[in-house]
Design a protein around this ligand. Structure first.
Ligand code: G6P
Length: 613
């Protein structure tokens, strides 16, 4: 979603605004722009498409000045065009916005009735009009800003320049995050996340929900939603959170796939005590699963599939009923919740609008809430009763990979914790499962060795129009995740099905042009999945079978065998198979996309952190 940067600097800011916008590219965007205080009011440069287009505009028409704001836009209201690109401007006010102003139509009608003319189709532009009106009416800056914020419904993170206030940037957050960055020599920054200000400073203040700020040279006055002056702490983010580079990898996604042995290791270490051979005492002390009667997992996208995999573990190991639902449905369904239910939001960013709203709904219902989040300073992390961190590190590729396996790692550890606390497993069994979990980083590393085999098959796969993914048990949600990954980055239509459902419809799609990816570890369901492979092969379908046990694949007729490709995965305990098999499905999508030449890290129309409904 939209990215924001604001800088009060000591030297020309345009190059630094651009540098920051490049850091924000990962969030997904379709136009970009900057505005700089030039001495006679803020001036703008905007361009449709990539940042390099904006750079070209600025090269032609440079924008000197030491105070400025910048924005990458992910279109919601109005097509991606220069006209709709931020910053928006009216009278004395120039601003950028992330979020959606839900009452913009009503505000726009009111402003139009006064004769004001709008130059864009965006919801954002009304804010510029409202603030300009308040300032023209003679209100002091602070009062005018507060008054305007009080009129806005919906979600926003804002950065605003005002003509005549050369050393000031106004900022506000509600629903969309915003951080203050504290630089050297009185330089100050405002950003939509720590990565935005990362090239300039690691000292940041996370604004809280409803906060707004008057940023000046060397300082910031922060107010809460009621308008009271507040003091929010300054924290130092790690260099890795502040600066993320691709290194020698072609894409962030490739790098992040390869980081998984480390990111899983880090996450497992936060939950497991390898010496004692049990779940860490602090995790056990934070929640007693024997008091929980049911778990409701709420999430979106890839995080939803992590939750769907975890359901199998919680139910099988801990005997704990689990429901998993996409947050956008859950929040509007008026679900009937049972007392004693633990609501668990799963989210990489901790900011996804629907997941956050669903979490809040559960809190309002009086349920205990927990959040499995990768961004530990996120809104969900702060609002849930309990934060279960993942330690994937910053994930830049829009298609989630290491965040997914980190979520799986955390959730599998929690399932072991729940099983033990509910008396479903003995200390000995707990120690065994802990050992199995601790082996997963090594096995993930081995799975990365499947790269060359996968590259070989993706050449052909990249020509497909449709692909079907099949799996059983916890490989079923992994099949769904595999299909999502492929469509997200290669734009090939893909569907995941429970292998047992094949005969109930999808089999009608099978022909030589529709490859079927079968995820079949050597587990209790292997034979059943292998039968489904037979059914596909018998109909001339091309099968790519990912398994650690090729020797068990049933003998096929000579014709059918020609259409079967087996990709050998490392052998592993079925409990951690979702972690290990995530790697080949990620690599399959990645290399297919590379073959097709799509924009792997920033696939069309997609955003990393979906902070609007
Ligand atoms: C977007 C991203 C996905 C992600 C989903 C949920 O759709 O493109 O990769 O899985 O949002 O995001 P979250 O931050 O809540 O995990």
């Amino acid at each position: 979603m939209c990215g924001i940067i604001g800088i009060i600097g000591n030297s020309d800011v345009a190059p630094r605004l651009l540098e920051s916008l490049r850091r924000l590219e990962y969030r997904g965007y379709d136009s970009a722009g900057i505005a700089v205080q030039t001495g006679h009011g803020p001036e703008r440069r905007r361009a449709e498409g990539k940042i390099r287009n904006l750079e070209a505009v600025i090269d032609e028409q440079p924008l000197p000045g030491v105070v400025g704001i910048g924005h990458t836009r992910w279109a919601t209201h109005g097509a991606p065009s220069v006209r709709n690109a931020h910053p928006h401007h009216y009278g004395k006010v120039t601003l950028v916005h992330n979020g959606i102003i839900e009452n913009f139509a009503e505000l726009k009608a009111e402003l139009k009735a006064k004769g004001q003319v709008f130059e864009s189709d965006t919801d954002t532009e009304v804010i510029a009009h409202l603030l300009n009106d308040a300032l023209e009416g003679g209100q002091p800056l602070k009062d005018a800003f507060k008054r305007v914020l009080d009129r806005l419904h919906g979600a926003y993170a804002l950065a605003i320049l005002v003509e005549g206030e050369e050393n000031t940037i106004l900022g506000a957050r509600r629903g969309s995050p915003l951080v203050i960055g504290w630089g050297e020599n009185d330089e100050m920054f405002l950003g939509s996340d720590a990565l935005a200000v990362g090239p300039f400073t690691q000292r940041v203040t996370y604004l809280e929900e409803g906060d707004w700020v008057i940023l000046s040279r060397g300082g910031a006055q922060t107010f809460d939603a009621q308008g009271f002056l507040v003091n929010r702490p300054v924290t130092t983010v790690s260099a890795s959170a502040a600066l993320v580079e691709k290194g020698s990898y072609r894409h962030f996604m490739e790098k992040e796939v390869h980081e998984q042995p480390d990111s899983c290791q880090r996450t497992l270490s936060a939950y497991l005590d390898p010496v004692a051979g049990e779940v860490r005492a602090d995790i056990k002390a934070a929640l007693d699963f024997s008091q929980i009667v049911r778990i409701q997992i709420i999430a979106c996208g890839t995080a939803y599939y992590a939750g769907s995999v975890a359901r199998y573990a919680f139910e099988k190991l801990a005997g704990l009923p689990v429901d998993v639902e996409v947050a956008s449905e859950f929040r509007y369904r008026s679900p009937a919740m049972m007392p004693g239910t633990l609501a668990v939001a799963v989210s990489q960013s901790g900011e996804t609008a629907d997941t956050l709203a669903a979490l809040r709904w559960c809190k309002d219902e009086g349920l205990k809430t927990a959040a499995v989040v990768n961004v530990h300073s996120s809104t969900m992390a702060r609002e849930a009763d309990l934060m279960w961190p993942t330690h994937a590190g910053p994930e830049i590729g829009v298609a989630s990979t290491k965040a997914f396996t980190a979520q799986l790692s955390a959730l599998l550890c929690l399932a072991v914790c729940a099983a033990r606390q509910r008396g479903r497993i003995t200390a000995h069994e707990e120690a065994h499962l802990v050992q199995v979990l601790l082996e997963s980083p090594g096995l993930i590393s081995q799975a990365l060795g499947m790269d060359a085999d996968i590259v070989r098959i993706t050449h052909k796969l990249s020509k497909a129009r449709d692909v079907i993914y099949l799996g059983r048990g916890d490989m079923y949600p992994l099949a769904l995740e595999g299909a999502l990954k492929l469509k997200e980055i290669s734009y090939i239509h893909a569907e995941g099905y429970a292998a047992g459902e094949l005969k109930h419809g999808p089999i009608a799609l099978i022909d030589e042009n529709t490859p079927v990816v079968v995820i079949a570890p050597d587990d209790a369901l292997f034979e059943k999945t292998a039968s489904n492979v037979q059914e596909v092969a018998a109909r001339g379908g091309r099968v790519i079978m990912i398994t650690d046990t090729p020797e068990k694949v049933p003998a096929l007729s000579e014709d059918a065998a020609r259409t079967l490709t087996v990709v050998k995965a490392p052998a592993c305990d079925p409990f951690i198979a979702p972690l290990v098999y995530s790697v080949p499905i990620q690599l399959l999508a990645y290399h297919t996309a590379v073959h097709k030449g799509t924009d792997v890290d920033q696939p069309r129309n997609l955003a990393k952190s979906v902070t609007v409904e």
